[in-house]
Design a protein around this ligand. Sequence first.
Ligand code: GAP
Length: 435
Amino acid sequence: MTVSLDTISTLAQHRGFVFQSSQIYGGTRSAYDYGPLGVEMLRNVKDSWWRSMVQERGDVVGLDSAIIQARKVWQASGHESVFTDPMVECTNCNARLRVDKLEDPDQCPNCGKRGTFSEPRQFNLMFKTHTGPIESDENMVYLRPETAQGIFINFENVRRSARLKLPFGIAQVGKSFRNEITPGQFVFRTREFEQMEMEFFCHPSESNQWFEHWVDARHRWYTDLGMNPDNLRIRPHDADELSHYSTGTVDVEYLFPWGWDELEGIANRTDFDLKQHIEWSGEDLSYFDPETNDRFLPHVIEPAAGATRTTFAFLIDGYDEETLASGDKRTVLRLHHRLAPFKLAVLPLSKKPELVEPCEKIAAELRKRWMLEMDVTQNIGKRYRRQDEIGTPYCITFDFDSIDDHAVTVRDRDSMAQDRVSVDRLVDYLADRLD
Ligand code: GAP
């Protein structure tokens, strides 16, 4: 179903997925805070990415590089000179706006006046700060605007220490910062966000083939995690859209409530970055192939996704409302079990100690393997609705019969079908469905 931005952001805030940052001080649109459910889901998205990009492959290793790097990194990468967005200022209301995002190039969307825009100028998106106690030009550093450069500058460290042969990839997940002129659409575009990037180094003659491989693999990752393929598309960049480092990029786009927009970019970065770092650092970052006696600069295919943006897309995609046979309505987050914040809810039918105490034991056992919530408040119907709304795949109910038959009812979120399962078999029953 199509869900509005308002509905999804209200659910996210009420249920504890995402809060506005600095909310008690009026809030800022620059960043958001991930609440108890959001932090689980975001971690699940990042873990699922890592699992498919690193753990399940033999040719990709991980890295966690620093956010603060030498300024030269960003001079070499080109970010200092060209990582800009075109900006205009409205001379009537002083709003600063991204030219390429204006619906009408002559009308200010903030005050509605026409013909009030200044000449466009290029605005650099990197945040600046200083290291050490003195705020001088020599101490000026940037917060990284992408995780990718941390990978390029460690290419030789990683290759040598992990004894890697081409082709291989280096993956990294972490925070990036961009001083976006117009953050917006909830967590879609923020100034502080998380990325999941992988640089895949290969022989130049194989770059097209790896590009196709990664486009395919990345599309499949989203659909394997339950994203509706009708809401996903691959869109090649036009020549005038290409980043300064890329000879070819496709975007994986998602059908957001406001239309198609980018989830991930897959770019052929060629040898641009290694070449630049060789030039600026003087280090030899070329690769020697002992089999062919060839020395060359590898080319790079880069799948670069946003972790926070992807989490948001999965929330939107999972959202559903349905009317039950009883006429009641329910909201369900049909999240893949790998992404759901809680895999299970353990629900004693009533607050009576003879039901609550065995439930605590069951919950303690299940917690060793899965994130779960134990909930004793309200009637069981309301508790099911709450778990449906936060995407919990299975609810386990312990009722008065459970005391004698040592069995519980397991309710499936999507079908609402219920199975009676003996407590002895519960872990195996759930492992078949959740692992
Ligand atoms: N290293 C290449 C690179 O950074 P990008 O297309 O600029 O490429 C990759 O960024 C991904 O990072 C985007 O597809 C998006 O998912 C995410 N991203 C970029 N800017 C963002 C922002 N301001 N807020 C949230 N996510 C962002």
